[in-house]
Design a protein around this ligand. Sequence first.
Ligand code: CMC
Length: 431
Amino acid sequence: MSESKIVKLVDESSNRSSELPLISGTLGPACIDIGTLYKDTGHFTYDPGYGSTASTKSAITYIDGDEGVLLYRGYPIEQLAQQSSFLEVSYLLLNGELPNKAQFEGFEHDITHHTMMHEAQKNFFHGFHHDAHPMAMLAAAVASLSAFYHDDLNVDDPADRKLAAIRLIAKMPTIAAACYRYSIGWPMRYPRNNLEYVDRFLHMMFEVPSEPLQMNPVAAKALDLLFILHADHEQNASTSTVRLVGSTGANPYASIAAGITALWGPAHGGANEAVLKQLKEIGTPDKVETAVKRAKDKNDSFRLMGFGHRVYKNFDPRAKIIREMCHKVLAELGVNDPLLDVAMKLEEAALKDDYFVERKLYPNVDFYSGIIYKALGIPTEMFTVMFAIARTSGWIAHWIEQHETPGSRIGRPRQIYTGADVRDYVPTAKR
Ligand code: CMC
């Protein structure tokens, strides 16, 4: 990281000025450090949606949105998708380096031995109506972890932070599967230590007490790959939420629960559920043209879900990988899903339409993931929960990085006030 050049900003009306250093990271555009701007000039900056704002320095993930590049700790996502596993990627995100054999075995052992929920935690589920959305249950259940592990947790102690990370990555699939099983009235399953991370999750989801579960290994492989692709994505809305909550010194479980609620929105992780619902609504390839027309109509709030991205102005590299996998998984599982035909037609129509071309709106990671989840037998309401399981490793890596960074401050943006000018209180009788 370097701080070489200076950008000078002059307010001609007051003749006050500020000399702002230009900070460069390892990759990506240089940033103007505006930390002293208010002190020097009396002005704030205004950037709703943070389109031009770097909120932090981070060494975890790099995105080049114009070129369609995504790196975790420097490793291209394509290489990790092909050669790594979700648990190894989680280790990488948390620790900065790929593990050697002994380090990985130790990590896997720790994760495996923290997968159980506290028995008392199961009681929380019984407070929900059976048709509660699994994301609502997940957020509440993860927040409730802070009630189980609060008093003895010191966020300034690296060992405690590491333990919180292990617990979260380990327990997330157990809690997620419990949300699903509660919603369909099935008994919750205990995690099986003899299975690997993704297999263990699939067993907790689908195993019934009366017979052993026969899972196609293709399903576990596909889910592991989806988890790798979703594990982290720089300062997205949910990660920024985790950091903002974390900046107050809040408990890590409460911080991650906040991230889960941010992820749920359809503009973010909730898009995978919304994509599938939209494909079902469109129904058949011949209705695609009408959907594209509606998406372009400025008087219609309808948007093509699974298209567009704040950072990628090129193909989302994760979508490229998922697209290929989607065809493979469906073929290997022998699933013939007519929704895939609708998705293909939609992609084709949007990619050659001027509206989408001019705005650089490409299919994003959520466009195909739902079709794969559906092929694996995962219900639509659980799609964003899948995303949350994977993103937990990224969220907690960012939370740890934030706590390891010297001089971290509470996140506290300012505003442009547009309300009433100062005025005197009027007693009720005189209003
Ligand atoms: N369908 C139709 N028009 C769109 C779409 C879309 N999906 N996305 C953006 N646009 C238009 C938008 O109307 C605007 O047009 P104009 O310049 O004429 O006003 C232009 O493209 C720029 O859009 P924006 O809303 O300013 O872009 P943004 O960076 O604020 O929003 C986004 C990014 C992902 C929220 C948005 O593209 C969107 O709503 N997409 C659909 C939801 C979705 O798939 N979300 C998943 C994102 S990837 C995974 C994740 O983050 O979790």
